[in-house]
Ligand binder design. Structure first.
Ligand code: FES
Ligand code: FES
Length: 899
């Protein structure tokens, strides 16, 4: 059908499908990229916002035909003056992280400010309620909109910081482009002759595939190629640590989860590809799925994955004699804690674009967290040498660990190879949730003892994690959970065992915190129980046991430098005492998180500085930008060393140089990438100091590489245990109001050195936002291995109006092994949050909660998404049929004894 509308002041007349959404037409037919697809057709993330006849509408939920006769405004059509003010406000407030949500929010802000030039913060938060941001925690977005309001009223606002030395709040690289939606993500890239692709996923968590019939689909006009397992020329199985994940499941094999790929279709347009995919007939013989990790480990259980027994890993830490120490302890508490499966919900779903090059090589554009791992796995999948595949990172719209594993890179590459044309393969939100690994649900059973003075004597813990259908990095997550089982405390006797098990649930792998969050929920709960048992104040018992220089971490590593935990405890003391004195319910928790993978893994930092003829310097690194601000921080290291302006540096990530650093994981990119940048920058500085102007150095390449290979494996029999390079530390305080709602969080973090205080603060605020959702409202419930809902609201991620005040206190205890003393801050921000909330809730209503999310609590009920989440489930804390049994959210009696 033909429709006509005015787009950004220009008349349009288009032929569209009757069922096409306005978003699809704007993006695919009009070339508008400020409207993003975060959840189409749900209409629940706000990324696709457009103004239709002056009213804000989510364009993914609006049929294009309904736009006939309307005037449509997108950010592209906003006046140049307003665009400049918008970009300036978001950059100055550090309101942009991954940026995927920002164009929609910026347009909403324009609409709001056109009507209310001086809105309150509450009004701003309400106005952006339909918009989801997974990165920022909203505070700095509200700051940006408040700045924009001031600028539109003619008031002066601060300029974005352009000064890039270490310690300065340099504005994020490309902040303006992100804010305005002009910086493309993979799904925004196009090429002449581009084909659009989609995948066919298994509807069963476990079944035998009897046949895959593609004939009818192949006959659909516009379909160019359908690929199945039979088309894979190389190794069909890939994985980061175990090659146990097939890019396609073949006929005759079993599907192992509802994210398994059976076929992929490339067509002239996405609608045709999806229609053809719906015609592919896969015949299954369903089999009973293995849904409980405990069942998975029982003798006789079906083997979930043909390439590995059901016990994926066992991690053991034993120091001293925990049994004897517990028997001799003045007080012992015990209990079982249960955490839930969590969806990352980065706003940008997975997408890859593969393009055959004239010389026969393949160019891949990836949003992955390790493009060199992408290259290795894609090359093996295609059966070609690695140098036949080039990969360029397109900075991701969020990742949080969920883009470490391959998603659709291999299928896009294969279709490009088979068709000889560029292919873009993007997942829908539902497909994304089904396919990528989640945060592990873990059952944690603890016994913890202390002496009469409240000093810890022993920790005995057993952890069992559900790793789902594929290994991903699940074994490492449970290893990390084991290593953090004692939290940030000095414990002389340790007996910890952590097991990861395969099931037919969605795979679980890396997610911000990487096992530390689950362990902290349990150990911090034990600290609260011991405080009650000993009569000590919860702050005091933590102070008495807090790790200091010279103490041993859970793994036995003696901490020699940069242990700022007690500084963080002191930093929150005033707020903690004042809130308690005011009669508020208050919870407190400490946190520790490794910086660097460690555990015997050799880690790398690699950088190349390439001087260009135009006086700029390209800064190549092997680590990924996914919203955390890594590239900005790396530029600051280069500025600090060379003295050149920040604008000189152009950060890039691709496989042009051999800069394989592995995954951007474990809070290590700043630590190791930063050291490599410093090394390269020192070489450039030497030439500058020798009197060479930068222009005369055009074409020179300065290399910086560092290798860190002095960590030891868990349980290694070595004279000196050093499981990790360094650690971040934190203390968080959660304060409730008189109705039991979270009113304020005070987060004090030892970051070593705040290289960029604005970005550092933003990382912690965003983490606390994620941590509050983890504590109260978030869960990915599954029934028979299938998520029960793909609706964003049902996942429980907090909206702007739900957010309390978050006060961030940056503590600097410099790490000698870190660049200018810095350590990683990407993960630790939410490690103490859930236990701090649990402590506050117990102070409020006397109920000690042992399972997440604490959806029965007044704090959860006060959240707008908390209400929706319960409505979707039918009942608070409901256990869904077929899902993993979750212990009651009510109190599990903690057993204690005094001797
Ligand atoms: S893509 Fe339209 S609201 Fe999410
Ligand atoms: S900055 Fe909002 S989703 Fe990433």
């Amino acid at each position: 059908m033909e429709i006509a509308f005015t787009l950004n002041g220009t008349p349009q007349r288009l032929v569209v499908r009757p069922d096409a959404s306005l978003l699809e037409v704007l993006r695919e037919q009009c070339g508008i990229t400020s409207v993003k697809d975060g959840c189409a057709p749900q209409g629940q993330c706000g990324c696709c916002l457009a103004l239709i006849d002056g009213s804000p509408k989510v364009s993914c939920a609006m049929p294009a035909r309904a736009a006939h006769g309307t005037a449509i405004l997108t950010l592209e059509g906003v006046s140049a003056v307003e665009r400049a003010l918008t970009a300036r406000a978001f950059a100055a407030a550090a309101g942009v992280q991954c940026g995927f949500c920002i164009p929609g929010i910026a347009l909403r802000a324009k609409w709001l400010l056109d009507r209310r030039p001086s809105p309150t913060r509450v009004e701003i938060a309400r106005a952006i309620d339909v918009h989801l941001c997974r990165c920022t925690g909203y505070t700095q977005i509200l700051d940006a909109i408040a700045l924009l309001a001031a600028a539109r009223r003619g008031e002066p606002i601060p300029a974005p910081c352009a000064e890039g030395r270490v310690g300065r709040p340099l504005a994020r690289v490309e902040a303006a482009e992100y804010a305005l939606g002009t910086r493309p993500y993979v799904a925004d890239l196009s090429r002449p002759g581009l084909l659009h692709a989609c995948v066919v996923l298994s509807p069963h968590a476990r079944a035998t595939v009897l046949a895959i019939e593609t004939t009818a689909a192949a006959r659909v006009p516009g379909v160019v190629r359908i690929a199945t397992a039979a088309d894979v020329p190389g190794s069909r199985w890939y994985g980061l640590l175990h090659d146990d994940w097939p890019g396609f499941v073949a006929a005759g094999e079993e599907v192992r989860c509802v994210g398994d790929v059976l076929a992929a279709v490339a067509a002239e347009d996405l609608h045709t590809a999806r229609h053809a995919a719906s015609l592919i007939r896969v015949e299954y013989e369903p089999l009973p799925p293995v849904l409980d990790p405990a069942d998975s480990l029982r003798p006789g259980a079906p083997q979930v994955n043909p390439r590995h027994p059901n016990r994926l890993s066992t991690s053991v830490i034993r120091r001293g004699d925990a049994a004897a120490a517990l028997a001799a302890s003045a007080h012992v508490v015990s209990g079982t804690w249960q955490t839930q499966r969590i969806e990352h919900l980065y706003l940008e779903p997975e997408c890859a674009l593969a393009e055959p090059l004239p010389d026969g090589r393949l160019q891949l554009y990836s949003q992955g967290q390790g493009i060199f791992d992408d290259r290795r796995q894609v090359a093996a999948f295609l059966g070609v040498p690695e140098d036949r595949v080039l990969v360029e990172l397109v900075p991701a719209g969020g990742a949080f660990g969920g883009k470490e594993d391959m998603s659709v890179q291999a299928q896009a590459a294969l279709l490009a190879r088979l068709t000889g044309r560029p292919v873009r393969l993007a997942l829908s939100r539902e497909e994304s949730i089904r396919l990528h690994p989640k945060r592990h649900p873990i059952t944690l059973t603890y016994e913890v003892g202390c002496d009469a003075d409240g000093r810890l004597t022993a920790v005995r813990a057993r952890l069992l994690g559900d790793s789902g259908a594929y290994a991903s990095v699940g074994g490492k997550v449970l290893e990390r959970a084991a290593g953090h089982a004692c939290g940030a405390y000095r414990v002389p006797n340790v007996d910890v065992e952590a097991v990861a098990a395969y099931t037919n649930n969605p795979p679980c792998g890396a997610m911000r915190g990487f096992g530390a969050n689950q362990a902290h929920f349990a150990i911090e709960g034990c600290m609260d129980l011991l405080a009650a048992r000993t009569g000590l104040d919860p702050w005091e018992i933590r102070w008495r046991n807090a790790l200091e220089v010279g103490d041993a971490f859970c793994t036995g590593q003696v901490l020699e430098t940069s242990v700022g935990l007690k500084k963080t405890l002191l930093a929150v003391r005033e707020a903690y005492d004042a809130a308690r004195a005011a009669g508020r319910a208050v919870g407190i928790a400490c946190g520790i998180k490794n910086s660097g993978i460690g555990n015997g893994v050799t880690e790398w930092g690699k950088c190349r500085l390439v001087v260009a003829a135009d006086g700029t310097v390209s800064l190549y690194t092997g680590y990924t930008e996914m919203g955390q601000g890594l590239l900005t921080v790396l530029v600051q290291f280069a500025v600090e060393i060379t003295g050149l302006p920040a604008a000189t540096f152009r950060p890039r990530v691709d496989t042009r140089f051999a800069l394989d650093c592995g995954q951007t994981t474990g809070s290590r990119a700043t630590l190791f990438g930063g050291r490599a940048v410093i090394a390269a920058a020192q070489a450039l500085r030497a030439d500058l100091d020798a009197g060479h102007p930068l222009a005369a150095l055009a074409g020179r390449v300065y290399a910086g590489e560092i290798a860190v290979n002095d960590t030891t494996a868990l349980g290694a029999d070595v004279p000196k245990v050093k499981t990790h390079t360094t650690f971040g530390f934190a203390t968080q305080v959660c304060i409730l109001d008189d109705r039991g709602r979270v009113d304020r969080v005070v987060a004090a973090h030892d970051v070593g050195r705040a290289v960029n205080p604005a970005l550092c603060t933003g990382q912690i605020r965003g983490s606390v936002h994620m941590g509050l959702g983890y504590a109260l409202t978030e869960a990915l419930e599954c029934r028979n291995g299938m998520p029960v809902s793909f609706k964003l609201r049902d996942l429980g991620v907090l909206r702007a109006r739900d957010m309390p005040e978050i006060e961030v206190i940056l503590v600097e205890d410099p790490e000698p092994e870190g660049p200018f003393g810095a350590k990683g801050v990407g993960e630790i921000g939410l490690v103490p949050t859930a236990p701090a909330v649990a402590g506050a809730l117990e102070a409020y209503d006397g109920v000690r909660r042992y399972s997440l999310p604490m959806s029965d609590s007044p704090a959860a009920r006060a959240m707008s998404v908390g209400r929706r989440h319960r409505a979707a489930d039918g009942a608070p804390g409901a256990v869904l049929p077929g899902s993993r049994p979750v212990p009651s959210a009510g109190p599990v009696p903690a057993t204690g004894s005094s001797s």
